[in-house]
Design a protein. Structure first.
Length: 457
């Protein structure tokens, strides 16, 4: 019975300790895996939040860069508008009634840019129309001046020819004056008719009308001296008229040169302005294309920002849900850990009690083993003593038998002769009982501890 109960109890306690250790390790491993998964998810969420923050900062920097570019474009448009206003002032004498400069700033810079580009385009079209009208007026004035100059040149040629004819006629008249002193009136009329023909060709017919309106003078009263004075006065008037015509022709030529230079200057200026307007239009088209790309990029970036915000809110909600789930899981695990700790404490108490029992049983077993060893030693001693006593008894029985035989012989010799000899009858009575039943000796020699141990077992 002792050999069956002792191995069975340590095996059950070992199973309990293994089970507790397995439960402890499994709970620790489960908590560690959950904490590791939660930390991994938290790290991923932090990385994604950092990525979203970097994306938002890049989008803000791009927005700032775009706003700076739009402001630079607006400044260039304002400068272009001022230059177009100056061109309009040079071309036209009227003042421009439109607004030039930085208007009221709207909330959206793109609307301001569109409005400014539209106003610059309209103002450029107005300036272009003014330049075209100015060019048409200059061409008409130039054509009129050319026609007037040509007519004046032709008149000058005609006047020169008439003056030459008049001088030749004057010379002929001077030659014939000496012959024709009789009729002074005829001379005067002839001279005036010649002058009238020349002046009528030029356009000076008023002189003859004024002369014709004068009252007729008696031909008899006119003498040769007066006719000569009249011829000199006519020549002087012709010379004065020629001088005035030359001065007028010189003034016309000077004005023609000035208008030609001004026209050339205006043509070059209009060409430069047209080239600048074309360049500005190209630049405006380039800015419109760039603006369209920027608007498209801004729309895409706004969509990305909205998507990122939606993702961030979704991830935030997911993180909050995960945090709540983690908190609930941690609370559950805390409760399970508390239960496991209570179970572990109870198991420890049971284990301590079982260990105490095992120690007591081990002490009892060691005491029993010591008692058994002592009993074995005592049994061996008793066996050795019983063997010695048997040998002694055998020897005594042999002596007794010998003494009996000798006594019989001596009795036969003399019956009255007695011999006193010590014979251990009591020992002989006790020793057979002891030697015949050794189990009783062992039972009598058992220790009280042995009996208590056997009773306990």
């Amino acid at each position: 019975m002792q050999q069956q109960t002792n191995p069975r109890n340590p095996y059950s306690m070992e199973n309990k300790s293994k089970l507790l250790q397995y439960l402890r390790e499994s709970s620790i491993e489960l908590d560690f895996n959950q904490q590791e998964a939660w930390m991994r998810e938290r790290l991923e969420l932090e990385i994604q939040s950092q990525v979203f923050k970097s994306m938002v900062s890049e989008l803000l920097q791009e927005e700032i860069r775009k706003s700076r570019t739009i402001s630079q474009i607006l400044d260039s448009l304002y400068l272009l508008k001022y230059s177009l206003q100056r061109i309009y002032g040079w071309v036209s004498e009227e003042e421009f009634g439109g607004k030039v400069g930085k208007e009221e700033i709207l909330e959206d810079e793109l609307d301001v840019l569109f409005l400014e580009m539209r106003s610059v385009y309209q103002f450029a079209s107005v300036v272009e129309s003014r330049i075209a009208k100015r060019e048409e007026i200059r061409t008409k004035e130039k054509m009129e001046m050319d026609e007037r100059i040509m007519s004046l040149i032709e008149d000058n040629r005609d006047i020169d020819g008439l003056l030459r004819v008049a001088m030749l006629e004057k010379m002929n008249l001077e030659r014939t004056l000496n012959k024709l002193k009789r009729s002074g009136e005829q001379k005067r009329v002839a001279i005036l008719q010649i002058a009238e023909r020349g002046l009528q060709k030029v356009g000076f017919g008023f002189m003859m009308s004024s002369v014709a309106e004068e009252p007729p003078v008696d031909s008899a009263n006119i003498d040769s001296g007066q006719s000569e004075d009249e011829v000199v006065s006519v020549a002087a008037t012709f010379e004065k008229m020629m001088k005035n015509l030359r001065l007028e022709i010189a003034n016309l030529r000077r004005s023609l040169e000035e208008s030609r230079l001004e026209n050339e200057h205006l043509q070059s200026f209009s060409g430069e302005q047209a080239q600048k307007i074309a360049e500005n239009m190209l630049y405006i088209e380039h800015l419109e294309e760039r603006l369209n790309t920027l608007v498209h990029n801004i729309d895409e970036l706004m969509l990305e920002v909205t998507k990122a915000e939606e993702d961030a809110t979704r991830w935030k909600q997911a993180c909050e849900l995960e945090v709540e789930a983690g908190r609930t899981a941690i609370e559950e695990r805390d409760r399970e850990v508390a239960l496991l700790k209570e179970e572990l404490s109870r198991t420890k108490m049971a284990l301590d009690a079982s260990n105490n029992k095992m120690q007591l049983k081990e002490r009892l077993a060691s005491t029993a083993m010591a008692a058994l060893e002592a009993a074995e030693i005592s049994r061996r001693l008793a066996d050795s003593r019983s063997a010695g006593l048997r040998e002694r008894i055998e020897e005594l029985t042999k002596q007794l038998e010998e003494d009996v035989d000798q006594g019989k012989k001596e009795k036969d010799r003399g019956r009255r002769r007695l011999r006193h000899e010590c014979w251990p009858w009591r020992v002989l009575r006790f020793t057979p009982a002891v030697s015949s039943r050794p189990g009783n000796l062992n039972r009598m020699r058992r220790l009280p501890e042995m009996e208590a141990l056997l009773h306990f077992m």
